[in-house]
Design a protein around this ligand. Sequence first.
Ligand SMILES: [Zn+2]
Length: 167
Amino acid sequence: MSKRTTSSVTSINVKTLGAADRVHGSVRFRYTIAGKYIEHTVQLAQTACHYGGVRHWFRCGYCSRCVGVLYLSGGQCACRHCFKLAYKSERENDTYRLYRKADKIRERLGWGAGVALPDGAKPKGMHWKTFYRIKAQHDATVRRVFGSTAQWCDKITSRLQRIDSKI
Ligand SMILES: [Zn+2]
């Protein structure tokens, strides 16, 4: 949960470059952070589109990946993979992933999917030790599901309040 999201860091989209920038095959970004002068030279690449024309890319200076967006943080300029940035939607999907994880555990126990349903009994033929181990996993995951859902509800509620205040 400590992962920063892509929207919390300064980004540059390759689409914002002018035609003149693209001609040279590389582009230079200059700026200052706390009085320190910083300059990055980034290589550009292009690929042919299916229906004609070309698509432009930045080439990440660290991993050489062709990317549409580069991020600036701490005097570094790199792609989201190198900064290990998570897209905001990926973060929001954590809740959904937890629901799926809980369902998978419930299926192993033969309880049926759905964390709101009551817990079932030990499946026939399963060792008690195994059952308790899986049930402990289940309970821990369900607690995370509810914690994550509560956070998610808070976020939605505050978003709705912001919309309300604009109307
Ligand atoms: Zn990279």
